[in-house]
Design a protein around this ligand. Structure first.
Ligand SMILES: C[S@@+](CC[C@H](N)C(=O)[O-])C[C@H]1O[C@@H](n2cnc3c(N)ncnc32)[C@H](O)[C@@H]1O
Length: 244
């Protein structure tokens, strides 16, 4: 991307991030706006996604930590998100399918699903993440909705917008609280004929989730060479809380 394009992106991001944090742009941590655009090839067919992201994640983590803010897990493209984007590139959701991504971070899976023609809502609990995800959708000239939603705190707002045909979640089951909320909430978000795509670097939380969800979902799993597991879960019963 030409320098002037990157500058425009930085200005637009700066304005949104400052508004979301309710601070002046000059008060944002410098590493948040020191951004880079990176090209990723996802899936065997060579689908390309361009992601704008803070260029130096360690520096951003350092600055956020110094200001007493949480680790910015959203701010880097994790292997699970890229693997899920690749899986969706190979087997995209149907045109018009209602897709919800939980903990979208930079938003690669949402981007690929929306590019295929799905009706996508990309969500994350961190407002900074959602600003970057929105810019990534725009950068790739793809239409989708974004929203700041912590699904542990505001799950009912998502239930009210559902049920969804497809749920996407990449590397989000790394806290006990998230696992417990996911077990309660996710079945209520998914249509009876829907599908949940879960990508994960084989964390204990995901093992616990899958063990507890057995009986509620049918499960097909694939373990990749890079350590990411892709799980496809479908409602096991017609009496499904999400309806459909
Ligand atoms: C390890 S990062 C993964 C980001 C992205 N899915 C990927 O794979 O690149 C975890 C993401 O989940 C988000 N997250 C964690 N718990 C959440 C919750 N309860 N509600 C919404 N987002 C959450 C974080 O803000 C972060 O963006």
């Amino acid at each position: 991307m030409a320098d002037d394009g990157l500058s425009a992106l930085r200005i637009s991001l700066g304005e949104q991030l400052a508004a979301l944090r309710d601070v002046a742009p000059a008060e944002l941590p410098p590493a948040l706006l020191h951004v880079a655009v990176q090209r990723f090839v996802v899936g065997a067919a060579g689908d390309e996604v361009y992601l704008v992201r803070p260029a130096d994640w360690d520096q951003l983590r350092h600055e956020e930590g110094g200001a007493g803010r949480p680790t910015p897990y959203w701010a880097r493209p994790w292997p699970s998100g890229l693997a899920l984007a690749g899986a969706l590139s190979a087997a995209p959701p149907a045109t018009g399918a209602r897709v919800l991504e939980l903990g979208c971070g930079l938003g690669a899976p949402s981007l690929v699903a929306a590019r295929a023609g799905a009706d996508v809502l990309a969500t994350d609990g961190v407002p900074d993440a959602v600003a970057f995800a929105a810019h990534n959708l725009a950068l790739n000239e793809v239409d989708a909705q974004v929203a700041v939603v912590d699904w542990a705190a505001h799950g009912e707002a998502l239930v009210a917008r559902g049920p969804f045909d497809v749920l996407l979640a990449a590397d989000v089951l790394y806290t006990r609280g998230n696992v417990e909320t996911a077990l309660r909430l996710w079945p209520r978000l998914l249509a009876a004929d829907g599908v949940l795509h879960l990508a994960d670097p084989q964390r204990a939380g995901t093992r616990d989730f899958l063990a507890a969800a057995r009986g509620t979902f049918s499960l097909v799993s694939e373990r990749r060479d890079d350590g990411v597991a892709l799980h496809v879960l479908r409602p096991a019963s017609r009496a499904w809380p999400g309806g459909g």
